[in-house]
Design a protein around this ligand. Sequence first.
Ligand code: FDA
Length: 402
Amino acid sequence: MLQKYEVIIIGAGAAGLMCAAQAAQRGRQVLVLDHANKAGKKILMSGGGRCNFTNYYVEPDRYLSHNPHFCKSALSRYTQWDFIALVDKYGIPYHEKKDGQLFCDNKASDILNMLLDECEQGGARIQLKTSIDQIEAIPDGNDEGLRYQLQTSSGRLQCQSLVIATGGPSIPTLGATGFGYDIARQFNLDVFPTRAGLVPFVITDHHKGLCEALSGTSLNVAVSCNNKGFNEDLLFTHRGLSGPAILQISSYWNEGDDVEIDLLPSQNLSELLREQQHQRPKVSLKNWLAEFFTQKFAELWLQQKHPELTSATLAQLSGADMDHIAANIHQWQVKPSGTEGYRTAEVALGGVNTDLISSKSMEVKQQPGLFFIGEVLDVTGHLGGFNFQWAWASAVAAAECV
Ligand code: FDA
């Protein structure tokens, strides 16, 4: 049997639910379809189960895109303060973890339940476990303004506005697919190649042993690659490097690139060593380094980088030794062999080219009634709540026009 809706949204994730709630509360008749057995699975998993739902300091420069201007309009019209007001309306307790990152005090399900409640208030219908087999445009629309027809596992559907909110391909076990990219290509939109972002590095060269041995050790570092830098924590893992600093820089890294890591950004080691050589000549270099790092780090670092100095005292260091030690610590060059990929990535970089999409409404310029929102678009945020803020803002922009 043919069913007709004013608005159909594909994807019951962050962007899809927000769009459904807002469009339905505007009085639109909305159906959300998802192939998963549960709505908002990534929301539930996000922020270590506490959902970093936005950030106090949302700025366009916290987003990567081939068109860095595209995100500005939507982000300025539905801001972090609007989302915080919604969270406050529901009395959801939250806190700032650091650098403006807002997390739920309790569980990420607080945010998902809020969105589901908002959908219910507007009367939006959410239909899960539904696969979409085919989408076609109805030429010139029909008398009722119906412009798209969908063949789904639950029958034939028609709608006036169709919103693609299927996200990116990271974490396929949560239902992620590249479906949105296929639909974009079907309607003659370009899709920039995608790759994993906000993802740990795999190290397989001579630094592998060091990473393995230091697995679990965390350090505050300054990391840089391709003229972009972050000052955050790094975590050694048994497969390579992770932690916020690495996740952030991974979005700027391309295969074959070196990453430079300053393991002691708050100090000038070259000057400090010279000073300490006079003040504490008998202290071993190993113990001295352990004061900044851990004993294990100091031992392994010296074995690997300066084997001739493993039992040296500060007094025994030459000027060249001190410069060499400082350079290795402040400019550690690492060449990742790859990333952990979509299996663990928080986001996908790339996606639907925004050039043919209205930055005001998220509607495809040459295809009235077809909208793309959220991560499926070529807009990728830094770590820290920026990706959800993009999902909320792009969803609201579309909801006003569907
Ligand atoms: P989202 O992925 O949320 O939703 C897409 C929906 O489409 C899913 O429900 C999926 O099942 C459905 N779908 C896909 N293909 C389909 C098909 N063929 N047919 C039907 N339905 C289909 N961001 C942030 O700001 N703060 C954070 O704390 C985190 N933490 C975090 C942790 C982890 C582990 C991950 C993987 C990601 C994050 N993120 C994050 C990123 C954030 O989750 C992500 O950017 C948003 O969920 C994107 O919202 P979307 O609605 O675009 O996609």
